[in-house]
Design a protein around this ligand. Structure first.
Ligand SMILES: Cc1cc2nc3c(=O)[nH]c(=O)nc-3n(C[C@H](O)[C@H](O)[C@H](O)COP(=O)(O)O)c2cc1C
Length: 364
Protein backbone atom coordinates (compact mmCIF):
# COMPACT_ATOMS: atom_id res chain seq x y z
CA UNK A 1 0.00 0.00 0.00
CA UNK A 2 2.82 2.38 0.91
CA UNK A 3 4.67 1.49 -2.31
CA UNK A 4 1.63 2.14 -4.51
CA UNK A 5 0.96 5.43 -2.77
CA UNK A 6 4.55 6.52 -3.23
CA UNK A 7 4.66 5.63 -6.91
CA UNK A 8 1.87 8.13 -7.42
CA UNK A 9 3.00 10.87 -5.07
CA UNK A 10 6.81 10.90 -5.11
CA UNK A 11 7.28 12.44 -8.61
CA UNK A 12 4.88 15.20 -7.61
CA UNK A 13 6.73 15.87 -4.37
CA UNK A 14 10.04 15.98 -6.18
CA UNK A 15 8.74 18.62 -8.58
CA UNK A 16 7.84 20.93 -5.71
CA UNK A 17 10.02 23.29 -3.72
CA UNK A 18 11.48 21.12 -0.88
CA UNK A 19 9.66 22.96 1.88
CA UNK A 20 6.31 22.84 0.05
CA UNK A 21 6.89 19.12 -0.56
CA UNK A 22 7.47 18.63 3.14
CA UNK A 23 4.30 20.50 4.09
CA UNK A 24 2.27 18.40 1.63
CA UNK A 25 3.84 15.19 2.98
CA UNK A 26 2.73 16.10 6.50
CA UNK A 27 -0.82 16.72 5.20
CA UNK A 28 -0.88 13.33 3.42
CA UNK A 29 0.50 11.55 6.47
CA UNK A 30 -2.48 12.69 8.48
CA UNK A 31 -4.35 9.97 6.55
CA UNK A 32 -1.82 7.27 7.39
CA UNK A 33 -3.48 6.27 10.67
CA UNK A 34 -5.90 4.48 8.36
CA UNK A 35 -3.10 2.06 7.47
CA UNK A 36 -2.91 -1.21 9.41
CA UNK A 37 -0.22 -1.26 12.11
CA UNK A 38 3.08 -3.00 11.30
CA UNK A 39 4.16 -5.98 13.44
CA UNK A 40 7.91 -6.13 13.85
CA UNK A 41 10.08 -9.24 14.01
CA UNK A 42 10.71 -9.71 17.73
CA UNK A 43 14.44 -10.01 17.06
CA UNK A 44 14.47 -6.29 16.19
CA UNK A 45 13.31 -5.27 19.67
CA UNK A 46 15.74 -3.05 21.57
CA UNK A 47 15.77 -2.05 25.21
CA UNK A 48 17.50 1.27 25.93
CA UNK A 49 17.08 4.12 28.45
CA UNK A 50 14.61 1.91 30.30
CA UNK A 51 12.30 1.88 27.24
CA UNK A 52 11.24 -1.01 25.00
CA UNK A 53 11.62 -0.14 21.32
CA UNK A 54 9.81 -2.49 18.88
CA UNK A 55 12.58 -1.84 16.32
CA UNK A 56 15.64 0.45 16.25
CA UNK A 57 14.66 2.66 13.30
CA UNK A 58 13.61 6.13 14.45
CA UNK A 59 12.42 9.27 12.69
CA UNK A 60 15.02 11.96 13.35
CA UNK A 61 14.14 15.40 14.69
CA UNK A 62 13.15 18.05 12.18
CA UNK A 63 10.66 16.02 10.15
CA UNK A 64 7.76 16.44 12.58
CA UNK A 65 8.83 19.60 14.37
CA UNK A 66 5.38 20.29 15.81
CA UNK A 67 4.25 16.75 16.67
CA UNK A 68 1.55 16.65 13.99
CA UNK A 69 2.01 13.06 12.76
CA UNK A 70 3.79 10.81 15.30
CA UNK A 71 1.07 8.16 15.13
CA UNK A 72 1.16 8.09 11.33
CA UNK A 73 4.90 7.51 11.52
CA UNK A 74 4.41 4.54 13.85
CA UNK A 75 1.96 3.10 11.32
CA UNK A 76 4.63 3.45 8.66
CA UNK A 77 6.94 1.24 10.70
CA UNK A 78 9.17 3.56 12.71
CA UNK A 79 10.19 2.13 16.08
CA UNK A 80 10.24 5.60 17.64
CA UNK A 81 9.67 9.20 16.65
CA UNK A 82 11.57 12.27 17.81
CA UNK A 83 9.45 15.40 17.45
CA UNK A 84 10.86 18.95 17.51
CA UNK A 85 13.03 20.87 17.79
CA UNK A 86 10.48 22.74 19.91
CA UNK A 87 11.25 26.25 21.18
CA UNK A 88 9.45 27.82 24.16
CA UNK A 89 7.80 30.60 22.16
CA UNK A 90 6.66 30.29 18.53
CA UNK A 91 9.22 31.55 16.02
CA UNK A 92 9.31 31.71 12.23
CA UNK A 93 12.91 30.67 11.59
CA UNK A 94 15.00 32.01 8.72
CA UNK A 95 13.59 33.44 5.46
CA UNK A 96 12.79 31.02 2.61
CA UNK A 97 14.23 29.36 0.60
CA UNK A 98 15.96 27.50 3.43
CA UNK A 99 15.93 23.83 2.38
CA UNK A 100 17.93 22.64 -0.63
CA UNK A 101 17.95 19.17 -2.21
CA UNK A 102 21.34 18.07 -3.54
CA UNK A 103 19.88 15.45 -5.88
CA UNK A 104 23.12 14.18 -7.41
CA UNK A 105 24.59 13.68 -3.93
CA UNK A 106 21.58 12.33 -2.04
CA UNK A 107 22.09 15.23 0.35
CA UNK A 108 20.09 18.07 1.89
CA UNK A 109 21.20 21.47 3.14
CA UNK A 110 18.85 23.23 5.56
CA UNK A 111 19.01 26.51 7.42
CA UNK A 112 15.49 26.45 8.86
CA UNK A 113 16.60 28.02 12.14
CA UNK A 114 14.17 26.30 14.55
CA UNK A 115 10.85 27.26 12.97
CA UNK A 116 8.50 26.13 15.72
CA UNK A 117 4.85 26.56 16.63
CA UNK A 118 6.06 26.90 20.22
CA UNK A 119 5.58 24.92 23.41
CA UNK A 120 1.90 25.69 24.14
CA UNK A 121 0.59 24.39 20.81
CA UNK A 122 2.82 21.33 20.69
CA UNK A 123 2.14 20.39 24.30
CA UNK A 124 -1.63 20.43 23.66
CA UNK A 125 -1.16 18.17 20.65
CA UNK A 126 0.98 15.70 22.58
CA UNK A 127 -1.32 15.69 25.59
CA UNK A 128 -4.23 14.81 23.29
CA UNK A 129 -2.44 11.63 22.09
CA UNK A 130 -0.79 10.79 25.41
CA UNK A 131 -2.61 7.45 25.74
CA UNK A 132 -1.86 6.35 22.17
CA UNK A 133 1.46 4.72 23.12
CA UNK A 134 4.61 4.52 21.03
CA UNK A 135 7.97 6.01 21.96
CA UNK A 136 7.88 9.76 21.33
CA UNK A 137 11.07 11.64 22.08
CA UNK A 138 10.91 15.42 22.41
CA UNK A 139 13.79 17.47 21.06
CA UNK A 140 14.09 20.86 22.75
CA UNK A 141 15.96 24.06 21.84
CA UNK A 142 16.22 27.72 22.70
CA UNK A 143 14.50 30.69 21.07
CA UNK A 144 16.84 32.71 18.87
CA UNK A 145 16.24 35.91 20.83
CA UNK A 146 16.15 34.29 24.27
CA UNK A 147 17.90 36.28 27.02
CA UNK A 148 18.61 33.01 28.92
CA UNK A 149 19.00 29.94 26.73
CA UNK A 150 19.65 27.57 29.62
CA UNK A 151 16.32 28.64 31.14
CA UNK A 152 14.64 27.77 27.82
CA UNK A 153 15.88 24.16 28.00
CA UNK A 154 15.00 23.85 31.69
CA UNK A 155 11.49 25.23 31.17
CA UNK A 156 10.79 22.91 28.24
CA UNK A 157 11.92 19.85 30.19
CA UNK A 158 9.68 20.79 33.09
CA UNK A 159 6.72 21.25 30.76
CA UNK A 160 7.21 18.27 28.45
CA UNK A 161 8.50 15.56 30.79
CA UNK A 162 5.05 14.13 31.43
CA UNK A 163 4.32 13.55 27.71
CA UNK A 164 7.87 12.62 26.64
CA UNK A 165 9.29 9.10 26.41
CA UNK A 166 12.65 10.88 26.45
CA UNK A 167 13.92 14.42 25.99
CA UNK A 168 16.77 15.45 23.68
CA UNK A 169 18.86 18.49 24.51
CA UNK A 170 19.74 19.89 21.10
CA UNK A 171 22.88 22.03 21.30
CA UNK A 172 24.02 21.12 17.82
CA UNK A 173 21.85 22.94 15.30
CA UNK A 174 24.12 25.11 13.17
CA UNK A 175 21.28 27.49 12.27
CA UNK A 176 20.75 29.37 15.53
CA UNK A 177 23.75 31.69 15.96
CA UNK A 178 25.80 30.77 19.03
CA UNK A 179 23.80 27.63 19.89
CA UNK A 180 26.67 25.24 19.25
CA UNK A 181 28.76 27.16 21.81
CA UNK A 182 26.67 25.34 24.42
CA UNK A 183 28.79 22.27 23.56
CA UNK A 184 31.85 24.03 25.03
CA UNK A 185 32.93 22.43 28.33
CA UNK A 186 31.93 25.01 30.97
CA UNK A 187 28.67 25.94 29.24
CA UNK A 188 27.73 22.30 28.67
CA UNK A 189 28.48 21.27 32.24
CA UNK A 190 26.24 24.05 33.55
CA UNK A 191 23.47 23.29 31.05
CA UNK A 192 23.42 19.55 31.75
CA UNK A 193 23.54 20.11 35.52
CA UNK A 194 20.47 22.36 35.28
CA UNK A 195 18.65 20.07 32.85
CA UNK A 196 19.20 16.91 34.90
CA UNK A 197 18.19 18.79 38.03
CA UNK A 198 14.94 19.88 36.33
CA UNK A 199 14.28 16.29 35.29
CA UNK A 200 14.72 15.12 38.90
CA UNK A 201 12.47 17.89 40.18
CA UNK A 202 9.53 16.92 37.99
CA UNK A 203 10.05 13.14 38.26
CA UNK A 204 7.65 12.64 41.20
CA UNK A 205 4.77 13.79 38.94
CA UNK A 206 6.08 13.12 35.44
CA UNK A 207 7.88 9.84 36.09
CA UNK A 208 11.43 9.10 34.96
CA UNK A 209 12.39 10.94 31.76
CA UNK A 210 15.62 9.92 30.05
CA UNK A 211 17.72 12.92 28.94
CA UNK A 212 19.73 12.60 25.72
CA UNK A 213 22.36 14.97 24.36
CA UNK A 214 22.51 15.56 20.59
CA UNK A 215 25.90 16.68 19.31
CA UNK A 216 27.36 18.05 16.10
CA UNK A 217 29.55 15.84 13.93
CA UNK A 218 31.91 18.81 13.60
CA UNK A 219 33.45 18.64 17.10
CA UNK A 220 37.20 18.09 17.28
CA UNK A 221 38.26 14.92 19.09
CA UNK A 222 39.56 17.06 21.97
CA UNK A 223 36.12 18.67 22.22
CA UNK A 224 34.50 15.24 22.04
CA UNK A 225 36.68 14.10 24.98
CA UNK A 226 35.23 16.97 27.04
CA UNK A 227 31.64 16.45 25.86
CA UNK A 228 31.63 12.73 26.65
CA UNK A 229 33.33 13.31 30.00
CA UNK A 230 30.69 15.86 30.99
CA UNK A 231 27.80 13.73 29.68
CA UNK A 232 29.10 10.86 31.80
CA UNK A 233 29.69 12.89 34.94
CA UNK A 234 26.27 14.58 34.66
CA UNK A 235 24.73 11.14 34.08
CA UNK A 236 22.80 11.80 30.90
CA UNK A 237 21.01 8.68 29.64
CA UNK A 238 22.38 8.68 26.12
CA UNK A 239 23.71 10.69 23.20
CA UNK A 240 22.65 11.23 19.59
CA UNK A 241 25.53 11.41 17.11
CA UNK A 242 24.67 13.52 15.40
CA UNK A 243 23.23 16.59 13.80
CA UNK A 244 23.93 18.11 10.38
CA UNK A 245 27.45 19.21 9.39
CA UNK A 246 28.83 22.58 8.36
CA UNK A 247 31.49 20.73 6.35
CA UNK A 248 31.23 20.41 2.55
CA UNK A 249 33.01 17.23 1.44
CA UNK A 250 35.03 17.79 -1.76
CA UNK A 251 33.14 14.88 -3.33
CA UNK A 252 29.89 16.90 -3.57
CA UNK A 253 28.65 17.07 -7.15
CA UNK A 254 26.04 19.80 -6.66
CA UNK A 255 28.78 22.42 -6.31
CA UNK A 256 26.47 25.43 -6.71
CA UNK A 257 23.97 24.29 -4.06
CA UNK A 258 26.86 23.19 -1.81
CA UNK A 259 27.58 26.92 -1.38
CA UNK A 260 24.25 27.48 0.40
CA UNK A 261 24.62 28.24 4.11
CA UNK A 262 23.25 25.65 6.53
CA UNK A 263 23.69 22.10 7.77
CA UNK A 264 24.38 19.28 5.33
CA UNK A 265 22.70 15.90 5.87
CA UNK A 266 22.07 12.71 3.92
CA UNK A 267 24.56 10.47 2.15
CA UNK A 268 27.45 13.01 2.08
CA UNK A 269 27.28 13.00 5.91
CA UNK A 270 27.43 9.22 6.36
CA UNK A 271 31.21 8.74 6.63
CA UNK A 272 31.83 11.65 9.02
CA UNK A 273 28.82 10.92 11.24
CA UNK A 274 29.69 7.21 11.45
CA UNK A 275 33.30 8.05 12.37
CA UNK A 276 32.12 10.45 15.12
CA UNK A 277 29.72 7.77 16.36
CA UNK A 278 32.57 5.25 16.69
CA UNK A 279 34.77 7.87 18.37
CA UNK A 280 31.96 8.57 20.83
CA UNK A 281 31.32 4.86 21.43
CA UNK A 282 34.91 4.14 22.44
CA UNK A 283 34.87 7.11 24.84
CA UNK A 284 31.52 6.21 26.44
CA UNK A 285 32.72 2.70 27.36
CA UNK A 286 29.21 1.28 27.50
CA UNK A 287 28.03 3.65 30.24
CA UNK A 288 25.00 4.70 28.15
CA UNK A 289 23.62 3.83 24.69
CA UNK A 290 24.01 5.91 21.53
CA UNK A 291 21.63 6.79 18.73
CA UNK A 292 23.37 6.87 15.35
CA UNK A 293 22.12 9.43 12.82
CA UNK A 294 23.56 10.89 9.65
CA UNK A 295 23.32 9.57 6.14
CA UNK A 296 21.53 6.26 6.71
CA UNK A 297 20.11 5.45 3.27
CA UNK A 298 20.21 1.64 3.07
CA UNK A 299 20.25 -1.55 5.11
CA UNK A 300 24.05 -1.64 4.74
CA UNK A 301 24.42 1.89 6.11
CA UNK A 302 22.11 1.06 9.03
CA UNK A 303 24.13 -2.05 9.87
CA UNK A 304 27.39 -0.07 9.63
CA UNK A 305 25.99 2.42 12.18
CA UNK A 306 25.09 -0.38 14.59
CA UNK A 307 28.51 -1.98 14.19
CA UNK A 308 30.13 1.44 14.75
CA UNK A 309 28.32 1.79 18.10
CA UNK A 310 24.64 2.68 17.61
CA UNK A 311 22.06 0.92 19.78
CA UNK A 312 19.32 2.84 17.95
CA UNK A 313 19.14 4.64 14.60
CA UNK A 314 17.53 7.79 13.26
CA UNK A 315 17.11 8.98 9.72
CA UNK A 316 15.50 11.76 7.77
CA UNK A 317 17.18 12.97 4.56
CA UNK A 318 17.25 9.63 2.75
CA UNK A 319 13.45 9.46 2.97
CA UNK A 320 13.37 12.38 0.52
CA UNK A 321 15.25 10.32 -2.08
CA UNK A 322 14.27 6.76 -1.23
CA UNK A 323 10.75 7.21 0.13
CA UNK A 324 9.13 5.69 3.20
CA UNK A 325 9.69 2.14 1.93
CA UNK A 326 13.25 2.58 3.18
CA UNK A 327 12.11 1.88 6.74
CA UNK A 328 10.91 -1.65 5.87
CA UNK A 329 13.99 -2.22 3.70
CA UNK A 330 16.32 -1.40 6.61
CA UNK A 331 14.41 -3.59 9.05
CA UNK A 332 14.49 -6.56 6.72
CA UNK A 333 18.26 -6.05 6.09
CA UNK A 334 18.83 -6.09 9.86
CA UNK A 335 16.90 -9.34 10.26
CA UNK A 336 18.94 -10.85 7.42
CA UNK A 337 22.18 -9.78 9.17
CA UNK A 338 21.03 -11.44 12.39
CA UNK A 339 20.18 -14.65 10.59
CA UNK A 340 23.49 -14.69 8.74
CA UNK A 341 25.44 -14.42 12.01
CA UNK A 342 22.97 -16.68 13.88
CA UNK A 343 22.29 -13.97 16.48
CA UNK A 344 19.13 -13.40 18.53
CA UNK A 345 19.47 -9.69 19.18
CA UNK A 346 20.96 -6.59 17.54
CA UNK A 347 22.69 -5.75 20.83
CA UNK A 348 25.27 -8.39 19.98
CA UNK A 349 26.40 -6.33 16.97
CA UNK A 350 26.55 -2.92 18.67
CA UNK A 351 30.08 -1.51 18.50
CA UNK A 352 31.59 -4.62 16.89
CA UNK A 353 33.53 -2.43 14.44
CA UNK A 354 34.00 0.70 16.60
CA UNK A 355 37.71 0.24 17.25
CA UNK A 356 38.37 -0.61 13.60
CA UNK A 357 36.44 2.46 12.39
CA UNK A 358 38.48 4.77 14.65
CA UNK A 359 41.69 3.35 13.15
CA UNK A 360 40.73 4.31 9.58
CA UNK A 361 42.01 7.51 7.91
CA UNK A 362 39.81 10.50 8.76
CA UNK A 363 36.94 10.69 6.22
CA UNK A 364 37.35 13.46 3.64
C1 LIG B 1 15.17 19.71 6.95
C2 LIG B 1 15.84 19.25 8.21
C3 LIG B 1 15.44 19.78 9.42
C4 LIG B 1 16.06 19.36 10.60
N1 LIG B 1 15.64 19.89 11.80
C5 LIG B 1 16.20 19.44 12.95
C6 LIG B 1 15.75 19.92 14.21
O1 LIG B 1 14.83 20.71 14.30
N2 LIG B 1 16.38 19.47 15.33
C7 LIG B 1 17.41 18.56 15.28
O2 LIG B 1 17.93 18.17 16.33
N3 LIG B 1 17.84 18.08 14.09
C8 LIG B 1 17.25 18.49 12.95
N4 LIG B 1 17.69 17.98 11.75
C9 LIG B 1 18.82 17.00 11.75
C10 LIG B 1 18.32 15.55 11.71
O3 LIG B 1 17.59 15.26 12.87
C11 LIG B 1 19.52 14.58 11.61
O4 LIG B 1 20.29 14.68 12.80
C12 LIG B 1 20.42 14.87 10.42
O5 LIG B 1 19.68 15.32 9.30
C13 LIG B 1 21.24 13.65 10.01
O6 LIG B 1 20.39 12.58 9.60
P1 LIG B 1 20.03 12.30 8.04
O7 LIG B 1 21.34 12.36 7.28
O8 LIG B 1 19.41 10.95 8.04
O9 LIG B 1 19.11 13.37 7.63
C14 LIG B 1 17.09 18.39 10.55
C15 LIG B 1 17.48 17.85 9.32
C16 LIG B 1 16.87 18.26 8.16
C17 LIG B 1 17.32 17.66 6.85
Amino acid sequence: MIAAFERLVRPLLHALDPEDAHALTLKLLKFAPLLPAVRDDTRLAVRAFGLNFPNPVGMAAGFDKNAEVPDALFRLGFGFVEVGTITPRPQAGNPRPRIFRLDADGGVINRLGFNSQGADTVLKRLAARADAGGIVGINVGANKDSPDRVADYVGLIERFASVASYVTVNVSSPNTPGLRALQQATALDNLLARVVDARERVAPNAGPTPVLLKIAPDLSLAELDDVVGIARSRRVDGMIVGNTTLARPPSLRETKLAGEAGGLSGRPLLALATRMLAETYVRVEGVFPLIGAGGIDSGAAALAKIRAGATLLQLYSALVFRGLGLVAEIKSALVTALERDRLDRLAELVGADAAAVTAEPWPA
